[in-house]
Design a protein around this ligand. Structure first.
Ligand SMILES: Cc1ncc(C[n+]2csc(CCOP(=O)(O)OP(=O)(O)O)c2C)c(N)n1
Ligand code: SF4
Length: 305
């Protein structure tokens, strides 16, 4: 492996036209014309995009049939950087937008990629009902414990006692335990990782892409600019160390037991992987009961029973 100094040398030689850099394996998946991106140094969002690109490339899915939907926020900017049919929607509305997209085009794989504020605060109602209905969406939620883009305000995932711009004396609310919420509402696949667990994230994303129904992956992602420095957790690299030291992999853990506490241990792993009919499967079955042979069904998998 090259040292940082060797990499810096290689880059500067390349910029002077001396050396041709090997192609980045995920470059074909990114909108390079949109670079440089807006994310701060040490932010974890880009790391997760790299994992997503790898998961998609390994999935062998037809990328013309994959759509990415984001809401508003730093995490929501993912939609702008991936070279897919992607939609940067309004704040909190990624899931309803994605639901419409999926129901109108059932053959698409629809991924929702957004922040904890976007999906669990203003978008929380849409989240619980899409999980309840088991709409076939692959939801990837980046949890940096705050509203990043708007200045680091307290949100529904901020751990108790944490400092944010709007809780100068420390947060005094109980945060959501998102895996437990997702499971309780009916998600068929629930996993949590941190931005340190890059291989596991890519693996979980691959599993979610192959699974039918409402899948949910929470990824803890550092926000050095507005959360970790303010809470004496340091920069991006310090956060990686913190994630490494504080995480415990417990596949199949009861989601009741995986709540996050301020600077406490982080339980990661795949917690839920079950089968349940999707919204469209239920709709097809139910409507066919009444309309019988008049019903043509929705989606390429529809078979009249
Ligand atoms: C209806 C509406 N309310 C509020 C906002 C302001 N707003 C933009 S992004 C954001 C928070 C995003 O937080 P999160 O989803 O956690 O994403 P992050 O920036 O932390 O990645 C808010 C409140 C908005 N754009 N629209
Ligand atoms: S403000 Fe935080 S979440 Fe937003 S880009 Fe910067 S580090 Fe990332």
């Amino acid at each position: 492996m090259s040292t940082p100094a060797e990499i810096a040398n290689l880059l500067s030689e390349s910029m002077e036209g001396g050396v041709e850099l090997p192609p980045n394996p995920v470059e074909e998946f990114l909108r390079s014309d949109r670079m440089p991106h807006i994310w701060c140094p040490g932010c974890g969002i880009g790391t997760t995009v790299n994992c997503f690109a790898r998961a998609l490339l390994q999935s062998k899915l037809d990328l013309n049939k994959v759509a990415v939907v984001s809401g508003i926020g730093c995490s929501g900017r993912v939609a702008g950087y991936v070279k897919l049919d992607s939609f940067h929607t309004t704040h909190g509305r990624a899931i309803p937008f994605a639901t419409g997209l999926k129901l109108a085009n059932p053959d698409l794989t629809v991924v929702v990629y957004s922040g904890d504020g976007d999906l669990a605060a203003i978008g929380g109602n849409h989240f619980i009902h899409a999980a309840r209905r088991n709409v076939d969406l692959k939801v990837i939620l980046l949890n940096n414990f705050i509203y990043g883009m708007t200045g680091g305000q307290v949100g529904p995932t901020t751990p108790g006692t944490a400092m944010t711009t709007t809780t100068p004396y420390g947060c005094f609310e109980e945060p959501f335990n998102l895996p437990h919420l997702a499971e309780a509402c009916g998600a068929v696949y629930v996993a949590r990782w941190t931005a340190f667990h890059v291989r596991q994230i890519a693996h979980s994303m691959g599993e979610a892409l192959r699974k039918k129904g409402f899948t949910f992956i929470e990824i803890l992602s550092p926000c050095p600019t507005l959360y970790s420095r303010r809470n004496r957790l340091g920069d991006g690299l310090d956060m990686m160390q913190y994630y490494r030291e504080s995480s415990e992999i417990r596949h199949g853990a009861n989601t009741k037991d995986v709540a996050i506490t301020y600077q406490g241990p982080i339980v990661v792993g795949k917690f839920v992987d079950i089968e349940r009919p999707t919204f469209l499967e239920n709709m097809n079955r139910q409507v066919a009961r009444t309309l019988d042979t008049q019903y043509v069904g929705v989606g390429e998998d529809y078979v009249r029973s």
